[in-house]
Design a protein around this ligand. Structure first.
Ligand code: PRP
Ligand code: MG
Length: 212
């Protein structure tokens, strides 16, 4: 029997919408429930395998062929610069990258800035385009703390509702780009497993088109 096609999904907050989308497309994974701590699931006929990992690791698994398909935010694709095919926008997980700082602060363009972020590449690229040098402080979460505590002047992070910024007395000072959840594919798998991947893609595409 053929190996199952492996789908890598970011666990945590983005997982629910992705699972709902797969379910709506008629793709079910046996024994999956929201509070599970299991990381690997199969569909009924074991042609598909679902694995859960950190969002930032999804593009890496897909690039290296440890997963054939990834369902992951474009934030993680850009930050990792993974060499994968970006096939379809799933229309979920819509948010944006912004530069933020203390309410009322300005964003000077003529001096070097210290930026706290989970996404140093994205921060560097944005400020490079402005011909501005920055020093990044690479953080792993609760990035909004950095300007409050004086660890960094500004942050580059994801903004969805804006609540986290608002509740911490911060505001958007510049927008970088919009992001959403993407369907990505390993370059070799795209050829060797094209039939199985196309089947998953077609089912998802139908659901995405119906919603939009
Ligand atoms: C994300 C992101 C922002 C927030 C944006 O953090 O890093 O902090 O959500 O959402 P909002 O605009 O709707 O408030 P997350 O909650 O995933 O936690 P972490 O940064 O600590 O990992
Ligand atoms: Mg956060």
């Amino acid at each position: 029997m053929m190996q199952p096609v492996t789908i890598a999904l970011a666990k945590g907050r983005p997982a629910k919408q992705s699972i709902d989308l797969l379910e709506a497309a008629g793709i079910h994974f046996e024994g999956f429930h929201e509070k599970t701590r299991k990381l690997v699931f199969f569909n009924k006929d074991k042609t598909l395998r679902l694995i859960f990992l950190k969002g930032m690791d999804v593009p890496i698994y897909v690039e290296k062929g440890a997963a054939d398909i990834g369902i992951v935010g474009r934030d993680n694709i850009i930050e990792t610069e993974a060499d994968v095919y970006e096939i379809l926008d799933l229309g979920i997980g819509k948010c944006k990258f912004s530069v933020a700082g203390k309410k009322g602060a300005s964003l000077p363009d003529n001096q070097s800035l210290t930026i706290g972020t989970k996404y140093p590449n994205i921060a560097k690229n944005f400020f490079d385009k402005r011909n501005q040098t920055i020093e990044t402080v690479h953080l792993n979460g609760s990035v909004e703390l950095a300007p409050l505590i004086g660890l960094a002047d500004y942050i580059v992070d994801i903004v969805e509702t804006g609540n986290t910024l608002h509740e911490n007395g911060l505001e958007v000072l510049a927008d970088i780009e919009t992001i959403s959840t993407k369907f990505i594919v390993n370059k070799a798998s795209f050829v060797t497993r094209s039939k199985e991947i196309q089947d998953v893609l077609n089912k998802l595409e139908q659901v995405v088109n119906e919603k939009n």
